[in-house]
Design a protein around this ligand. Structure first.
Ligand code: SAM
Length: 378
């Protein structure tokens, strides 16, 4: 795999777009399949900070605008081949006048079957309009600010809190980390706004993990989503976080899909992408060997190591629990897939540390309906 030319020097954007594209493709196909029996079906893509921003490709293929349109069109094409029609809509909000001009002319040429609406100005000013437009249709919201301004929880909550909507937020850790403990009052205020804290400041000196644990908690409690999880997009050449993408949604399938996408992009693809970024300008021979990215490998290994304890602790607090209740809670915190957690649960079962009830036939992995119980609570 070679990074497309237009992304050279901004590999973090390439990885962000790969996550967006993979998630959105599956999201659109999944919804189309769930609702294809209905008389009329409309899917929405809402790009709240649309750009185009630092686009190098004339056709804007290296932007979230094109990625959003493509995902909707592909899902509709797949289902139209099977005889089902899906209506498509998209909203793009952009504050910068020049970028908005480019966005508008791009949509005129490229929106095709999608009813695409460009909105000039601040995302926050359009929250009610967007809500009224989407109504009860399934919608995917992408919140990708330049820093943190305008992306406060009070703007996200009215949109993300409605069932049938997933939200993907790019939290710019690289920037936020520099200012999160800054004592200047306007910055304290901005941080409170971003995190949706009404009664207190962001606590001082939080580690990266603590900061994101707080963000996920706020997204659930103030943003009104049931599940929230994040993944790391690392700096292209240094071993530190550039930003984190946080998903929020109402169905546990959101977390399952997100962890699959994370494994594919942050685990498998990021290793090669960052290797290419590091060897840029050098005469290194890129062998194209598939290697897991060290950032993801660390999180993934930690997740696997902690999984058994997490399961046992969760059951100590409330037992019995079905596997279907348990796995989304753990996957929101740990960077592992549902299948990997299933293997750990099965191991605990064979070791006699928990009991999987209502197993059927030759079953060798837990299913959502299986009840898990601690041996002394049977
Ligand atoms: C990081 S860029 C978006 C990149 C784009 N999502 C992509 O992946 O290709 C953020 C964009 O949001 C715009 N912007 C900044 N503040 C905004 C606000 N309050 N409302 C809407 N757009 C805003 C900026 O002009 C910029 O084009």
């Amino acid at each position: 795999m070679t990074i497309p030319e237009e992304y050279k020097g901004r590999e973090q954007t390439y990885l962000k777009h790969r996550v967006l594209s993979e998630y959105l493709d599956s999201w659109a196909h999944k919804w189309a399949s769930i609702i294809r029996g209905r008389k009329s079906v409309r899917l929405w893509y809402v790009d709240c900070f649309a750009g185009p921003w630092q686009a190098n490709d004339e056709a804007l293929e290296d932007t979230s605008v094109a990625i959003g349109l493509n995902a909707l069109k592909q899902a509709a094409e797949t289902w139209s081949r099977q005889g089902f029609h899906i209506d498509l809509s998209a909203i793009f909000v952009e504050k910068d006048k020049k970028a908005f001009g480019r966005l508008e002319s791009f949509l005129k040429k490229r929106a095709g079957p999608i009813d695409a609406k460009p909105l000039p100005g601040e995302f926050g000013d359009y929250v009610d309009n967007i809500n009224r437009a989407i109504r009860n249709d399934p919608a995917f919201l992408f919140v990708d600010p330049t820093g943190w301004k305008g992306a406060g929880m009070r703007n996200i909550a009215p949109l993300a809190g409605v069932r049938g909507r997933d939200v993907l937020i790019n939290v710019m850790f690289n920037h936020i980390n520099r200012f999160k403990d800054d004592p200047r009052s306007f910055l304290r205020e901005q941080m409170r706004d971003f995190f949706g804290l009404t009664e207190s400041d962001v606590p001082p000196a939080l580690t990266e993990e603590q900061l994101f644990s707080l963000y996920r908690k706020q997204l659930r409690q103030k943003g009104g989503v049931r599940f929230a999880a994040d993944l790391i997009i690392p700096h292209p050449t240094h071993d530190r976080t550039w930003f984190r993408l946080v998903i929020g949604g109402h169905n546990k399938a959101v977390v399952d899909l997100f962890r699959h996408v994370e494994k594919r992009i942050c685990g498998d693809e990021a290793g090669e992408v960052r290797e290419q970024a590091r060897s840029r300008g050098q005469l290194n021979l890129i062998l194209g060997l598939s290697q897991s990215d060290p950032t993801y490998a660390r999180l993934h290994d930690d997740g696997l190591r902690q999984a058994s304890e997490d399961v046992l602790k969760t059951l100590t607090e409330s037992s019995p629990q079905s596997f279907g209740e348990l796995w989304p809670q753990i996957l929101c915190e740990r960077h592992i897939t549902k299948a990997e957690l299933g293997k750990e649960v099965w191991k605990l079962h064979t070791q006699g540390r928990l009991v999987i009830q209502n197993l059927v036939g030759k079953q060798r992995t837990p299913k959502d309906e299986n009840l898990l119980v601690l041996p002394d609570q049977q």
